[in-house]
Design a protein around this ligand. Structure first.
Ligand code: ATP
Ligand code: MG
Length: 349
C-alpha cells in the first residue's frame, strides 16, 4: 500500500511560464569556441514584463535566440535547459517548435528583414500565421490583419496589408513585424528592441499596445531595450546583462531605487534627468565593452570598474533566488556610500 502523503506546509509556488536554467552559448571561430553567454538563469511568470538591459554586445539577442532554438546549430553550441509551460523546448522537433512559435511564443526580432518573407505581402503573412493556429475564415483573418496594422500605427492599413516588405520603410517593416508577432495573442512575447527604429509618437503607441496585450490577454513579455526610460515605465522586473552574464536582477523599483552593481550605477547615471537642466551631453561609462574574445573568468566589468580589487579576478557569486541580487564582490553595506561618492565625483560642473 502506498504511504499516505503529507500535504506540504505551504502551497508550492506557481511554476513559471518560462524557466531558463544555466544557459551557456558559444560560437565556433578560427580560435576555437568563443563563449558569448555564461551560465544565465532566469524565469518569467505569466503576465509579467521582464526587461533585459545592457550595452551593445552584452549578449541580449544571443540569449533570446538561443532559448528559442533559433541559432545556427552548425556554428552555435548551446548548453542548459529551457522549460516553457514545463516542456523542454530546446529538445523539441522543428515541427513541435513551429507549433509553439507564433501561437504561444511571439518574437519581434531585432532585424525585421530576417523575420518577414520578401515574396509575400505582409497581409498574406499575418493571415497565414493566424490561420495556421486558429480555425478562422480567410476574410475574418484579413480583417484582423488590417485592424492590427492600424493598431501598430499604419495610417492606411487597408492599403498596407497588400504591400510587400520591400515596399515599406524600415520603421513600417518593424511595425508589420510587431503586428505579426501579436496576431495570435501569444502567452509569451519576446521583443528585441521593438521600438528603437521608431519615432517617438509611434514608440509610445507600440508600448501601449504591448501593455494592452498583457492586460487583455495576460501575455508575458521579455522586453530588450537600451532605453531605461521605457524600462522604468513598463517593466515589472529588470535583468542587467554585462559580458554574457546577468550581473544584477530585481524588481524595477528595487533596481532603480537601490542599484547594487557598479555597472548598473553607470547605466542609471547615463539617463538624462526628467526634470531640471539637461546635461550638455550624456555621461558614458569609461572604457570599452568586452569584445567577442570571450568572457573573462572573473568579473567581466572589473577592467572598467573603479572599485575593482583582487577578489574580482574570480567569478563573483550570484545569489540566485534572491528578489534583488548582483554579481559583485563589494560588501553590500558599502555599496550605497561608494555609489554616492561616484555620482558626486562625476557630477558635471
Ligand atoms: N553568430 C555569431 N557568431 C559569432 N559571434 C556572435 C554571433 N552572434 C553574436 N555573436 C557575439 O556574441 C556577443 C553578443 O551579441 P548579441 O547580439 O547578443 O549582443 P546584444 O546584447 O544583443 O547587442 P545589441 O544591443 O547591439 O543588439 C557579441 O560579442 C557578438 O559579436
Ligand atoms: Mg541585440
Amino acid at each position: 500500500m502506498p504511504a499516505p502523503q503529507t500535504p506540504p506546509a505551504t502551497p508550492p509556488a506557481r511554476a513559471p511560464l518560462l524557466d531558463v536554467a544555466n544557459l551557456s552559448v558559444s560560437f565556433a571561430s578560427d580560435r576555437g569556441r568563443v563563449k558569448a553567454i555564461d551560465d544565465v538563469s532566469f524565469t518569467v511568470q505569466e503576465g509579467e514584463i521582464l526587461s533585459i538591459v545592457g550595452e551593445s554586445g552584452s549578449g541580449k539577442t544571443v540569449t533570446l535566440l538561443s532559448l528559442l532554438g533559433l541559432n545556427d546549430p552548425r556554428t552555435t553550441f548551446v548548453d542548459g535547459s529551457v522549460l516553457f509551460r514545463g516542456q523542454r523546448i530546446l529538445e523539441m522537433s522543428d515541427r513541435q517548435m513551429r507549433r509553439i512559435r507564433g501561437k504561444d511564443i511571439g518574437l519581434i526580432s531585432q532585424d525585421p528583414m530576417t523575420a518577414l518573407t520578401p515574396v509575400y505581402t505582409i497581409g498574406w503573412q499575418i493571415v497565414e500565421q493566424i490561420r495556421a493556429h486558429e480555425r478562422i475564415a480567410k476574410a475574418a483573418a484579413r480583417k484582423r490583419a488590417i485592424d492590427l496594422l492600424a493598431e501598430v500605427g499604419f495610417a492606411n492599413p487597408a492599403e498596407a496589408v497588400d504591400r510587400y516588405p520591400h515596399q515599406l520603410s524600415g520603421g513600417m517593416r518593424q511595425r508589420a513585424l510587431i503586428a505579426l508577432a501579436l496576431s495570435c495573442n501569444p502567452a509569451l512575447l519576446v521583443a528585441d528592441e521593438p521600438t528603437t527604429a521608431l519615432d517617438v509618437t509611434v514608440q509610445a503607441q507600440v508600448l501601449d499596445l504591448l501593455l494592452r496585450l498583457r492586460d487583455d490577454f495576460g501575455s508575458a513579455i521579455i522586453l530588450i531595450t537600451h532605453d531605461m526610460g521605457v524600462v522604468s515605465e513598463v517593466a515589472d522586473r529588470v535583468h542587467v546583462m554585462y559580458a554574457g552574464r546577468i550581473v544584477e536582477r530585481g524588481t524595477t523599483d528595487a533596481v532603480f531605487a537601490d542599484p547594487q552593481h557598479p555597472y548598473t550605477w553607470g547605466l542609471l547615471a547615463s539617463i538624462p534627468p526628467l526634470h531640471g537642466a539637461r546635461q550638455a551631453r550624456l555621461r558614458s561609462i569609461p572604457g570599452l565593452p568586452p569584445t567577442a574574445d570571450g568572457i573573462p573568468a572573473g568579473c567581466g566589468f572589473a577592467p572598467r570598474c573603479r572599485f575593482a580589487f583582487d577578489a574580482c579576478a574570480a567569478r563573483p557569486p550570484d545569489r540566485r533566488g534572491d528578489s534583488h541580487s548582483a554579481m559583485c564582490f563589494l560588501d553590500p553595506s558599502d555599496r550605497e556610500r561608494l555609489r554616492s561618492e561616484m555620482l558626486e565625483r562625476e557630477r558635471p560642473a
